[in-house]
Design a protein. Structure first.
Length: 377
């Protein structure tokens, strides 16, 4: 399914209706492509850094919704990225926060007023409405909303949370090969709060779903190029755990160096040591650091880059930093409110291999201007 800006607006009522009535737990919202269609698709580009649509084109639509992913594909994303969590009844969903407060209209639903809870999440007490206290049917009554008040608010409340199955279907039904980039999100918390009848863990359920849709193969293999995927997590133990279940490439995410990892008693400073990179290397093809971990910032200005990229590359690990956003609130002052200057710095000076961006179209346009794809692609 592909929309221009105008045709998307024209078709919005129909899309809204289809989103609301879809039987989301049992079948995908979008029809999966035929094998013939899949065989004729334009392949994934591999000649320049990957354009990773961070939670979809969430600079334009509420994050991790079907329109956000569809728009990202239209704008040229190589991969669409999602955070995977679970509902109370064990259905895997696409949602970033373990709670629903900031990105849904749950507070407007008086019928759920008694669902507010306080949980310990990554060592901190958090109060709100949590995905693990709602069934999928209940979550589907909520409307997603834009996280940041300075972004377009017109779609607030109009699109529901989608399932992992629906997210995969959107990628597989794209008119060209588009990869997925699912994150095993907060696995410690999810495994504490959700118990599946077959005794499987959160990680098991994610891998089983990916396998169901045919995701397999090591990085750049024939199978991988047909259905590209990176599986990511901030929890190294989850990536190690699934390593004997799937050969799909994995990426270890890295937060601010002062923060403790959720699954170990180590800080990310320890996690980025040579010793730890040597340990994790057999399990992953890359790392996904917060960009300020690569180039520290002082008073909104970039300082001297660390050697993290060089040390990763010396171990043949890719580096996919996050998150690139066009707004001046996020652009460091040296880039003079110009997202293209930021992309140029990270791609051509720092030498990263992929970028998580909220604005897929701007990264795609920059790369088309500076590194157009060969005609064969």
């Amino acid at each position: 399914v592909r929309f221009s800006i105008c045709s998307f607006a024209d078709c919005l009522p129909l899309l809204l209706l289809s989103l609301l009535i879809a039987e989301c737990a049992s079948r995908p919202l979008y029809t999966l492509p035929s094998l013939a269609k899949a065989g004729t698709k334009k392949p994934l580009q591999t000649s320049r850094p990957f354009n990773v649509a961070h939670r979809g084109a969430n600079g334009e639509f509420p994050e991790e919704t079907a329109p956000a992913y569809m728009r990202a594909i239209e704008e040229g994303a190589d991969f669409i990225e999602s955070d995977i969590l679970s509902t109370k009844d064990g259905v895997l969903i696409c949602h970033h926060d373990v709670n629903l407060d900031d990105t849904t209209d749950v507070a407007d639903h008086k019928e759920f007023a008694d669902r507010k809870r306080t949980y310990e999440v990554q060592g901190m007490n958090m109060t709100g409405f949590f995905t693990v206290d709602f069934t999928l049917e209940e979550l589907k009554t909520l409307g997603a909303k834009q996280r940041y008040p300075f972004r377009d608010q017109q779609y607030n409340g109009k699109f529901p949370i989608i399932t992992l199955d629906e997210y995969i279907a959107i990628a597989l039904d794209a008119p060209r090969v588009v990869g997925i980039y699912p994150e095993i999100k907060n696995p410690v918390f999810i495994n504490q709060q959700v118990k599946w009848a077959d005794g499987k863990k959160f990680e098991d359920k994610i891998v089983a779903t990916l396998k169901k849709y045919g995701y397999k193969g090591s990085y750049m293999s024939k199978d991988w190029l047909k259905q590209p995927i990176f599986i990511q997590s901030f929890a190294a133990t989850s990536l190690v755990y699934i390593s004997n279940m799937t050969d799909s490439p994995k990426v270890f995410l890295i937060d601010d160096v002062t923060i403790l990892t959720e699954d170990t008693n180590k800080t990310y400073a320890e996690i980025t040591s040579d010793k730890y990179l040597d340990y994790i290397k057999p399990y992953v093809v890359g790392i996904g650091p917060w960009k300020d971990t690569i180039v520290p910032v002082d008073n909104n200005r970039l300082t001297t880059p660390t050697d993290l990229v060089a040390r990763a590359h010396s171990r043949n690990l890719q580096v996919h930093p996050y998150t690139y956003r066009n707004e001046n609130q996020f652009l460091h002052s040296g880039f003079h409110q110009d997202a293209y200057l930021e992309y140029d710095y990270w791609i051509n000076k720092i030498g990263v291999d992929g970028l998580f961006t909220d604005f897929t179209g701007s990264l795609h346009n920059f790369q088309e201007l500076t590194a157009p794809l060969p005609k064969l692609q």
